[in-house]
Design a binder for this molecule. Structure first.
Ligand SMILES: [Zn+2]
Length: 310
């Protein structure tokens, strides 16, 4: 089975100003790299649907979803700042709904045995969005909307979420901490934005706060010791990945020193666990990654590992 590659052209209509790092060019860079590498031919393309109010409110407060729906400006060049670094333009709401809808479609395709794995090439990202709060470039928590769909609409009992973005997935933790159906694993630079994650005592959350200058060796050791045995014991029926590549050596959003081979390694670990426990089922959603060339290379490597090699 091929890999489902889910995106939508409306994800490129969300803009937060000329100097904002979370740009539409990120998706162009990924797609260019996939074409150049020949990987474009190996995936099946899908357009992301709009997430519904019902799907969003499995993880977000209804009043928060309505607030975001109403906040969008009407003017072409108008920006409404929802948080210090997170703004809405005219095109933001459709993009955010497509991003969350991509995760829902990905879950439907993978659980419907159409594909063993899916990658959601979407923006805005989602893992900082809490139950009732937009922040850190995120409006709706795409991975959480997808996980809740797998649990509530498909009846799964155990979903593991791996988040290797360089920032703590505070939104996903906020939504799922204490929910024993979800095992949430987040690795991140600490201390660093958003400042959370070092003191969570929920049994279903495994945070890996790591110091700046963390490289592949340190990350792999931490993942081998802290994540893999717990995920293995949890025996997830579906593995989801919050795939942020802003910990790359060349990405100056943070101070990790990860390389493509490290993202390949962690993706391979996830795939091996999915083969063992989850009928190979993996859904990955793009989160951060702001150095365009490195982002393209990292996603290409990540998708290659998701496709699997026997
Ligand atoms: Zn990030």
């Amino acid at each position: 089975m091929s890999l489902a590659f889910i995106s939508h052209h409306e994800c490129q209509n969300h803009r937060m100003g000329a100097h904002h790092p979370e740009t539409p060019e990120r998706l162009h860079a990924i797609k260019d790299r996939l074409i150049a590498s020949g990987m474009e031919m190996l995936v099946t393309h899908y357009d992301a649907p709009l997430a519904t109010f019902e799907q969003l409110t499995r993880v977000h407060d209804p009043s928060y979803v309505r607030m975001i729906e109403k906040a969008a400006p009407k003017g072409e060049d108008e920006l409404v700042w929802i948080d210090g670094d997170t703004a809405m333009c005219k095109g933001t709401l459709p993009a955010a709904l497509r991003s969350a809808g991509a995760a829902v479609l990905a879950v439907d395709l993978v659980l419907g045995d159409k594909h063993h794995a899916a990658f959601c090439c979407v923006r805005p990202p989602g893992h900082h969005a809490e139950r009732a709060r937009a922040m850190g470039f995120c409006f709706f928590n795409n991975i959480a909307v997808g996980a809740a769909h797998a649990l509530d609409a498909h009846g799964l009992k155990r979903v593991a979420i791996l988040d290797f973005d360089v920032h703590h997935g505070n939104g996903t933790e906020d939504i799922f901490k204490g929910d024993e159906r979800v095992l949430f694993c987040s690795s991140f630079q600490h201390p660093f934005y958003p400042g959370t994650g070092a003191d969570c005592d929920a049994a279903n959350v495994i945070n890996l706060p790591l110091p700046k200058l963390t490289g592949g060796k340190e990350l792999r050791t931490a993942v081998e010791e802290r994540w893999l045995p717990r995920i293995d014991a949890f025996a997830p029926q579906l593995i989801m990945i919050s795939a942020g590549f802003d910990g790359h050596l060349e990405d100056d959003m943070a101070q990790f020193n990860l390389r493509e081979s490290d993202y390949a390694w962690v993706t391979r670990q996830a795939r091996e666990l999915a083969v063992k426990h989850a009928q190979e089922r993996i859904v990955s959603c793009l989160e951060g990654g702001y150095e365009l060339s490195a982002l393209g290379r990292c996603v290409s490597t990540h998708v290659d590992e998701l496709i699997g090699h026997g």
